[in-house]
Design a protein around this ligand. Structure first.
Ligand SMILES: [Zn+2]
Length: 298
């Protein structure tokens, strides 16, 4: 049997201007794909159309282009894939894995298990009919799900007590990110997901969804986030000033150095072709520092 071709992806949300944090995730996923002689797919994660910012997708594509990224195949947009997500939901419903939830935001705030935000299972056994104004949740089992992250190592989560039954279709009719990302990764044949460590906590539920839908699980690499001095994730507005499409070299070097790659300083005056050539020849995922990532694992 031949091994499946490496397929990676970069999946930004068009919710603001691209910043250094965006670039770091793009660089890491791109280099993993190139070093493994695989494909690098580009997917616009705009399933939550209420958060879309006008012009943000164009700015993202233009910036990636100016920074010398070359993606494979057509750009996919989640907002155009509703029928595909509905099929997945129908499959889950046919196996009785989902239930409608009529809880209001206020009720959820009052009943969440010890202020944790974990859904207490209120509608689990109520046998409510499916209706448009209901959210739909996936029932999770009493099970601890773990996976071996290539950067962070083993990560485990109790689905019942740390995740809870989670929303896969929202009350407003939009599909949840958690369902869309699992369906898209599977249908696009993604073999390895390289993304920011802010999504680490979502990974066990995504793996559980993959199992419910009979999809294989990709490998995972969660990249340490850029944090502001108070230890919070760098916000888009704070980091936006860092990316200048007319001067890509300094930002590319900053991204490589955040990823522990020790790029030579003279590359700061080089063109993107030379930077990418150096980066592909020298990329070592084992050099990515763990220091920041541990903040998200405890
Ligand atoms: Zn409910």
């Amino acid at each position: 049997m031949t091994e499946k071709r490496y397929t990676g992806r970069f999946a930004p949300s068009p919710t603001g201007d691209p910043h250094l944090g965006t670039l770091i995730a793009a660089v890491a996923s791109y280099l993993q794909a190139r070093v493994n002689h695989g494909d690098w797919l580009l997917r616009i994660e705009d399933v939550d159309t209420t958060r879309r910012v006008a012009g943000a997708e164009d700015a993202m594509l233009r910036t990636l282009d100016r920074f010398g990224f070359e993606w494979d195949g057509d750009v996919i947009r989640q907002s155009a894939r509703t029928a595909i997500y509905q099929q997945a939901l129908d499959q889950l419903d046919a196996e009785d894995l989902v239930f409608p939830c009529t809880c209001s935001r206020k009720l959820l705030a009052q009943t969440a298990v010890e202020q944790s935000g974990i859904y207490p299972g209120t509608c689990r056994t109520r046998q409510l009919p499916f209706a448009h104004e209901h959210a739909i949740r996936l029932r999770v089992p009493e099970r601890t799900l773990g996976f071996d992250d290539r950067i962070i190592g083993e990560y485990r989560q109790s689905l019942a007590t740390e995740c809870g039954d989670f929303v896969i279709k929202r009350r407003d009719g939009l599909f949840a990110y958690q369902l869309a990302v699992v369906v898209d990764d599977a249908l696009q044949g993604v073999t390895e997901v390289v993304r920011g460590a802010d999504l680490l906590e979502s990974t066990p539920r995504q793996i559980y969804l993959q199992q419910c839908l009979n999809h294989p699980s990709p490998a995972y690499c969660h990249i340490p986030l850029i944090l502001d001095p108070t230890g919070r994730k760098l916000s888009k507005s704070e980091g936006a000033a860092g990316l200048n499409p007319d001067r890509p070299a300094p930002s590319l070097l900053a991204a490589l150095n955040h990823l522990g790659q020790q790029a030579p300083e003279e590359l700061g005056h080089a063109g993107t072709t030379d930077i990418w050539q150096w980066a592909i020849e020298n990329w070592d995922i084992g050099k990515i520092p763990l220091a920041h990532a541990t903040l998200y694992n405890g």
